[in-house]
Design a protein around this ligand. Structure first.
Ligand SMILES: [Zn+2]
Length: 462
């Protein structure tokens, strides 16, 4: 495009945005005033968070060491929720409560994968969430390896009666996660008896990655499991050398009737408009591997700790800040949906979710009206000192998606996620993968953003 002057279209857009910002409530409190007004408070919050040597990391470790992994329907999850509520109460959070949510109840049972030819070896594996079981003596069959759904379609005839192994090199979670989610459907369509997916992660130490998978009611359901990247590549090499690879897959997974779980929450009540809410948090459930520290005890704890920090500093915003541990994010999203059903009648100023690990904060993604974006960008300038001042084009998350669909502006915490998918949904998701210093910075970023958003004179809502 050669034009040097902004096109008539661009002028029209800018004018509309300007008119909207003039018309919108946020404009009344000029954006420039925000950093000036809140700089000292932001610096106090950051300094206190960074000085807090025993805070959030210890709490993440305590929660995940005490209860371990917390899959929906498990006793461990409910015990963790009860403990969280009691501990929030002890911390002096207001209005601490749990809210009932019915959740899917999938259980893994005993499972194994054995290479039986060209030689015998037990291979690490994890059944994928929602999968059916194999017959009690397992399924033993020849393996065919494909790198894509297209290759599977092209080699459909070879797949009949065999076990399909999806061995796709890591690109990103969207691409590689598709083999986990849809792999059993595509393999069954070509007559496979079971399917395996290479772990959806850029780096592994022979760690399979679990996660949810789905079936199609019009297609036969076959068992589906994750294998380590190393073994997927090994099997590919064996077959490339002309060897016949056979494995025995044994799975005892079951989907039981829905179970009762709860969202858990606590608040810092607003001083002027306590019925208006800034909600933030993460999911308290996890997959049934590791300790669910990175995914996502960290997201629950940093929101909770942000409130504790504000209380300690005697900072009470205009509106209420609510920290939530949503249940059932991993295999159903029922917690986020129930939160919307039970709270959409309330005026929500903003919703913030952390579900990407509590690594070094970079900022937030934001979805909402332009005037509100300008306001959160103004707030984020106060987070530049800790490297968290960037507001990305869009933001949100699985748990706040439902309440955002009612018009609530939403944000997703952005962090240096370079190690997130190393440990995602694996036995290696343990507290030591998180750096206490980075966790403290996340608490600071959440506390500053939530406090100022909750204290603004004007609403962020359109
Ligand atoms: Zn998660």
């Amino acid at each position: 495009m050669s034009a040097t002057y902004p096109s008539p279209f661009r002028i029209a857009v800018a004018a509309a945005l300007f008119a909207a910002s003039i018309a919108s409530p946020v404009a009344a409190q000029s954006l420039d005033a925000i950093p000036a007004k809140y700089r000292d408070i932001a610096n106090r919050i950051i300094a206190a968070a960074e000085a807090d040597s025993t805070g959030a990391w210890d709490r993440i470790a305590e929660l995940t060491d005490r209860f371990g992994h917390r899959l929906s329907g498990s006793l461990a999850l409910e015990q963790a929720i009860t403990w969280t509520a009691a501990t929030m109460q002890r911390d002096g959070l207001a209005n601490v409560r749990t809210e009932r949510v019915m959740v899917p109840h999938w259980v893994r049972g005993d499972e194994s994968l054995e290479l039986v030819s060209p030689r015998r070896q037990r291979l690490p594996m994890l059944g994928l969430g929602g999968s059916i079981a194999t017959p009690s003596n397992g399924i033993t069959a020849e393996v065919i390896v494909v790198a894509s759904f297209e290759e599977l379609t092209a080699r459909a005839a070879e797949a009949k009666g065999r076990i399909v192994l999806y061995d796709a090199e890591w690109r990103d979670y969207g691409y590689n996660g598709a083999f986990r989610r849809q792999g059993a459907i595509a393999a069954a369509k070509v007559g496979a008896v079971a399917s395996l997916a290479r772990a959806a992660g850029p780096y592994g130490m022979r760690t399979p990655h679990t996660g949810s998978m789905s079936y199609d009611s019009t297609v036969t359901r076959i068992p589906h499991a994750s294998v380590a990247a190393e073994d997927a590549m090994m099997i590919r090499r064996m077959i490339a050398r002309g060897e016949t690879v056979r494995v025995t897959l044994k799975m005892n997974a079951q989907t039981l009737p829905d179970a009762e779980s709860r969202n858990v929450m606590g608040e810092l009540r607003g001083r002027e408009r306590p019925d208006e809410i800034v909600v933030m948090g993460g999911h308290i459930d996890s997959w049934d591997v590791g300790q669910g520290a990175m995914d996502d005890a960290g997201g629950v704890v940093v929101a909770w700790e942000a409130i504790r920090l504000l209380k300690r500093l005697g900072l009470t915003p205009r509106r209420t800040i609510r920290a939530v541990g949503w249940t059932n994010e991993e295999n159903g999203g029922r917690g986020g949906a129930a939160y919307k059903e039970m709270h959409q009648h309330e005026v929500h100023q903003l919703a913030i979710e952390s579900d990407g690990g509590v690594f070094a904060p970079l900022g937030f993604g934001f979805t909402g009206p332009p005037a509100a974006r300008a306001a959160v960008e103004a707030i984020a300038t106060l987070l530049v000192p800790i490297g968290a001042g960037k507001i990305e084009a869009s933001g949100g998350g699985a748990d706040i998606g439902p309440i955002m669909s009612t018009g609530v502006p939403g944000m997703g915490l952005n962090v240096d996620g370079s190690r997130y998918f190393w440990f995602h949904h694996t036995d290696a998701d343990t507290p030591d993968k998180l750096d206490p210093k980075e966790v403290r910075r996340v608490v600071a970023a959440m506390a500053v953003m939530a406090f100022i958003a909750a204290d603004l004179e004007r609403s962020l809502r359109p």
